[in-house]
Ligand binder design. Structure first.
Ligand code: NCD
Length: 303
């Protein structure tokens, strides 16, 4: 079986035209003006990993469109008792799920689910692989600040190796014609990252990444995934932490993004997080309408 129509498993397999269609539809969505596009639908939020922004915004998005939502988390569900991913999927389908939104620590888990369950599956982050709704909301945020993505220079700095956000962003931004520069130490940004998509470059030097950047995207150092890697955090801070003085190297009107959760004092200072160039909370805000569009698309209502 192939994935049900309306599934969103990753950005890599999406055409640029489809990405633009979702972004255009998201502009018409407004959580304060509810529309019954999902009336009578049951959206299951199946979260095997912690989440604040993604989970709550999918829930608000679904409810704003008139759906019922059910949250299933590892703790407190039969997953704790050892039920397999697919058995959980079959169970949710039998309970009456119309769409499953899934976050899972294993890369590919949403694909496995989508191959076996005949309802749309939305990837809310799978392992080190993709986080398509985050890439879409980030593109939405860039577009609403810069009016275009084509030709922009976008620096992505931090733990790219462990970041599904970075992977999805690289696919999306290069499909829409941006120049992407990845920056960080070799343990977090291996040279091979440049092969993710065309027009991607890797640099170890923050200044090099920042010079001429229209958008600066920071990523969290994912300490929980660093086992086995020797990362000296004080050295990381010394070389890569974003500070007001360093951000001056980017274009004057550059915007500063971060998918969250942010760790003040590590990848950025508090002044940067709260500063005038920061769009961090705007990204979170835009997540709701972007996810409204994703859910409407899942049930065939993106017209
Ligand atoms: C990210 C994730 O979980 O992939 N957060 C998010 O969804 N906004 C990034 C992270 O955990 O650092």
């Amino acid at each position: 079986m192939s994935a049900a129509r309306g599934s969103l498993l990753g950005i890599e397999s999406l055409e640029a035209a489809e990405i633009l269609k979702i972004l255009k539809f998201a502009r018409r969505m407004n959580p304060n003006k509810p529309r019954p596009l999902l009336k009578g639908k049951r959206i299951f939020l199946l979260f095997y990993e912690p989440s604040t922004r993604t989970r709550s915004s999918f829930e608000i998005a679904a409810k704003s469109l008139g759906a019922q939502t059910v949250l299933v988390q590892t703790m407190g569900s039969s997953i704790e008792k050892g039920e397999s991913l697919l058995d959980t999927g079959y169970t949710l389908r039998a309970v009456g799920a119309d769409v499953i939104v899934i976050r899972h620590p294993n890369s590919g888990a949403p694909y496995v689910m989508a191959q076996h369950i005949d309802i749309p599956v939305i990837n809310a982050g799978d392992g080190l692989h993709e986080h398509p709704s985050q890439a879409l909301l980030d593109a939405y945020t860039i577009l609403s600040n810069k009016r275009r993505i084509q030709g922009l220079q976008i620096a992505i700095i931090g733990d790219i190796f462990h970041s599904r956000v970075a992977r999805s962003a690289c696919h999306l931004l290069t499909k829409l014609g941006a120049k992407v520069i990845l920056c960080g130490p070799p343990e977090l940004v291996p040279d091979v990252a440049a092969t993710l998509a065309p027009t991607i470059r890797v640099t170890r030097h923050l200044e090099d990444a920042l010079r001429g950047a229209d958008v600066v995207m920071l990523l969290r150092v994912q300490k929980e995934r660093l086992a086995g890697l020797r990362i000296d955090l004080s050295e990381y801070i010394a070389r890569y932490q974003m500070t007001p003085a360093r951000l001056k190297t980017a274009k004057k009107d550059a915007i500063l993004m971060h998918p969250g959760p942010i760790i003040r004092g590590l990848e950025l200072t508090g002044e940067i997080a709260d500063g005038p160039q920061s769009r961090i909370l705007e990204e979170v805000h835009n997540g709701v309408q972007t996810r409204m569009a994703i859910l409407a698309r899942a049930v065939g209502k993106m017209r």
